[in-house]
Structure formats: C-alpha cells, structure tokens
Design a protein. Structure first.
Length: 201
C-alpha cells in the first residue's frame, strides 16, 4: 500500500490522491452507519487494504475508524477531542423512544450470547418483550404495533439488523455491542424505569 496516487485523475480538475476503490471506501465510511464484509465485500477489502491511509484521512475530519476483524465490520465515530470545538461530520439520525428501546433490547441479547454466536430475533417475540414500555394509558394497540414495525424497518435500513431466510426474523449486528457503553446503558435504563413508573413515554 502506498500514499501515492495509483490512478490518474478520474475527471477534469481531479487532484485527489486516492484510487477509486479507496475513495469509495472513504465515502461509505462517511455515509455510514457501517461497512460489513457481507454487504459491502469490495468496500470491506479496500478498508482492510488501506486501513492506515483511511485512518489518516478520517482523522483529518475528526473521526476515528473502528474495525472489528472478528465480525468483519467497520464504522466511524467522532474523535474524543476534549475541550476543543470541532465540527460535526457524521450524519445523525434522531431516534424515537421506540428506536431506543429496541436498540437496547437487542444489545442486551447480544451481550447474553456466547462469543461468535449469531443472535437471531423474531419480530413477534420482540414486540411482546417491548410491550412493557407501552403506557398504561395507551389504548391504541394498532398504533403501538405500527411504531414497533417502523423501528424494526429503520434498524434494517441502517444495517443494524440483517434479513434471514425467514420473514420477520433478523440477525442482530455485532456492532451494537460498541454503540452503547456501560454508562450510556445505565442512563437509558434509569430513564426507562422512570417511564415505567410514571406510565408516560
């Protein structure tokens, strides 16, 4: 691997130094939320091949490259810059209450699994598990089911769930282990307990 250009300019005025495959990997890492060998084999190979160069380019925009070799996935997250004021580069997605509840439930399932074990979830089972978060005053079960389905589809869209050969059964991405640290989980769980006690999500 080299930092020197490996291909000529791709278009008039192109002064970039990265080859096409590395540029695609760089863009995919910026777009997020993650790159996986299963869904993005060519991009994954470029990430592994040009890891050092991509780390450097991402650091230029205040991002850290995280690579999970065991599960063959990669993603970026903001660098910890202390008190320094830095711009936000990554696109953020606002999570609904149901999105957050579902993410936490899926992460807990991952943590209970053995290393290397695939975690498959069933939509009906997950819906039943999350029923406890439906406020006592919520008398619209159809609306609740609709919110569950919307969150399920959102996590699939962002590759946090992966389709299986069976309808309404998904594999949970191992990346969820790294999206919430222990402190964040404790804060979310405390908020959920408050919600359950007050019955008002």
């Amino acid at each position: 691997m080299t930092d020197e250009p490996t291909t000529p300019g791709q278009y008039p005025g192109d002064t970039g130094e990265l080859d096409v495959e590395t540029r695609r990997a760089f863009v995919q890492l910026l777009k997020g939320p993650l790159v996986t060998a299963a869904k993005h084999p060519e991009v994954w190979r470029a990430v592994i091949r040009d890891e050092r160069l991509l780390r450097s380019r991402l650091a230029d925009v205040f991002l850290v490259l995280v690579i999970d070799d065991e599960n063959e996935l990669a993603f970026t997250r903001p660098a910890e810059t202390g008190d320094a004021s830095t711009p936000t580069v990554l696109r953020t997605e606002r999570l609904t209450f149901m999105d957050t509840v579902m993410l936490l439930a899926l992460r807990q399932r991952l943590l209970r699994a053995q290393p290397g074990e695939r975690v498959i979830v069933d939509l009906d089972e997950l819906r039943e598990q999350l029923e406890m978060y439906r406020a006592a005053s919520d008398t619209d079960p159809a609306g609740y089911a609709k919110r569950i389905n919307a969150s399920w589809k959102k996590l699939d869209k962002y590759s946090l769930l992966t389709k299986t050969s069976t309808d309404d059964r998904m594999e949970v991405s191992p990346v969820l282990r790294q999206l919430f640290d222990a402190e964040q989980v404790a804060l979310v769980e405390a908020e959920f307990r408050r919600i359950l006690e007050e019955g008002t999500p």
